[in-house]
Structures are given as C-alpha cells and as structure tokens.
Ligand binder design. Sequence first.
Ligand code: SAM
Ligand code: SF4
Length: 314
Amino acid sequence: MKLGELEALYHQPLFDVISQSRAVHLQHWRGEEVQRCSLLSIKTGGCSEDCAYCAQSARYSTGIEREDLLSLDDVMAAAQRARSQGATRFCMGAAWRGVRDGSEKFERVLEIVREVSQLGMEVCVTLGEIGSVEARKLKAAGVTAYNHNLDTSPEFYPEIVSTHTFQDRLDTIAAVQESGMSVCCGGIIGMGETETDRLRMLEVLSNFDPPPESVPINCLMPMPGTPLAEQAPVDIFELVRLIAVTRIALPKARVRLAAGRTRLSREGQALCFFAGANSIFYGDKLLTAKNPAADVDVTLLRELGLQPQRATAS
Ligand code: SAM
Ligand code: SF4
C-alpha cells in the first residue's frame, strides 16, 4: 500500500477504522483466536550496537548483566516450560550485531535450533544481521521464522541507531526471504517518531514480497540508562489505530501485541485484539523487560472470551 492510502485509513474516525479492520480480520482469521509466543534471551547484553531503546547495548549503563550464550540444556528447559504453559511459538533472541557462518556461536545456535524444533512449536530466532548462507542453514536446522524488525521509518531510523543502517536491515530481510524462512518484522512506537513515521514503516512492510508472516508492534519500554529512558507512554488510541491499519494493510500477517503491555490497561488490550492483534508474548519476561505474568494473561483472555491457539503437534 502507498503512504497516502495508509494515512487515509488511519485518520478516519476511530470506530470506522476499527470496523473495517475487524471485517478484514474475520475474513482471514478466527476472530477469537490468539497465539501465545514465548521469547527467551539466549545471549544477553554487551551488544556493540547503539540502538537508543535497547538496554542490551554496551554503550549505555543500564545495569543489565552481560551473559554468554545459554547452554543447550538451559534453552531446552525454557522451551519445554513455555510449551507446557501453552506457547505455540518459541522465539530466541541474541544481543549481538549479527552472526556469521563458520563461527562457534553460529554452530551452537544451529544445534539449539535443531533440538528446539523437535518440540512441535514454531521456532523463531532473532540474531541480528545475517546473509544468505546463514539464512539457508538456519532454515535447514528447523527455524520457521526469522525476526528482524525495521523498528521505525527509514527517515527516523538514523535518529535511533548510528552503528548500522536501515538498508542493512533490508538486506538481512532479503536474505531471509530468499531462504524460504518466513519473515517476522515490525517496529517500536513511542520513540519520538511521528505518526507519519509509523505509517511509513507500515508502507515499507506492506510492500515486502512476500509480505511478512508476522508483525510485532512494540510500545517502547523505556529502559533506565538508555537515551530513551524518559519517553512518555504511547497514547492508546494511536496504538489501536496503528494495529487496525496494520491488519488492513497486511491481512494475513499475525499482528503481535509485543513489548509494552505492562503499561496498557485491560480495556486498552481488549481494543487492540478487537482491532486486529492476534498474538501476545507470554511469560513474565520479554528479553530483559517486564511482561504481564502468565496467569494474568490467561485470565484476561478468558474474560474476553478469546481462545489461545492450540498446538498442532507435540
Ligand atoms: N540484536 C537483534 C536485533 O537487533 O535484531 C535481536 C534482538 S533485539 C533486542 C529484538 C527487538 O526487540 C528489537 O528489534 C526491538 O524491536 C525490540 N526491543 C528491544 N528493546 C526494546 C524496548 N526497550 N522497548 C520495545 N522494544 C524493544
Ligand atoms: Fe544490539 Fe539488537 Fe539491542 Fe540493537 S536492538 S543494541 S542490535 S541487541
């Protein structure tokens, strides 16, 4: 879609855009189903990059302890726990710029993926910059989807990161698409960008070929010590509008209500689900940030009459 079309959708009266997104949602999805994903940080902190929102950058004093790549046993234990709590997708994130074929850490990640993919959940990894060789090997090891967020518009990107470029992000995504893995790609709102920046990001996403299978919408979790530590929370109606327009622009994508749910009310989250969000990250921790406790989410879904997606294999 073009920016102008996205803007026209976005700036309608709120109930009009939600009615339209709901109709699109019900054409493509079971309206009551929500997928629960679990996200584990397999390598935490000490990252060379300077992403202004990120507590894991080595450039800022955020109090995050740097940890090495987790052992296979630790990852398997976390994956089994996530599955037993009802997650149908298991995502693993690493705090580094990227990873190259031939390195010891890449071999270890491949081994982890081979084992985790035996558990019957979708397997997603977010390992930063990769090329075609790494993408092919990850797919062969059993990765379903590769997450690599655009985070914001091409115009605003240099304001939040100086150590790599928006084009670097697009190059990694192209390598992932070429390998046949699905792309999970979204962004963060509340970093000081304009509403137009958010729609520009959506314009880029909606023109991917093939379109992303999954679009996480994060609200900034302001992390102490980072340049964005003092950012104000996102307005709930701006978030709901963005989710609605994302649902219309990318009808078949899972729209994931990702970071920042601890700062949303139950009513706010309910509106997001109605507008087209159909996945949440589940479990007490999101990489290094807080997330609602699993039992609070189970209660919320039950109260709304929403149903967790069931596992298709075990
Ligand atoms: N290093 C890899 C990369 O940059 O792609 C993977 C890990 S990175 C932590 C994964 C994603 O988490 C980022 O792209 C960003 O969208 C999200 N994220 C990180 N810190 C966040 C924060 N404080 N608030 C909201 N989202 C955040
Ligand atoms: Fe590093 Fe990723 Fe955090 Fe950027 S978002 S500092 S690349 S871990």
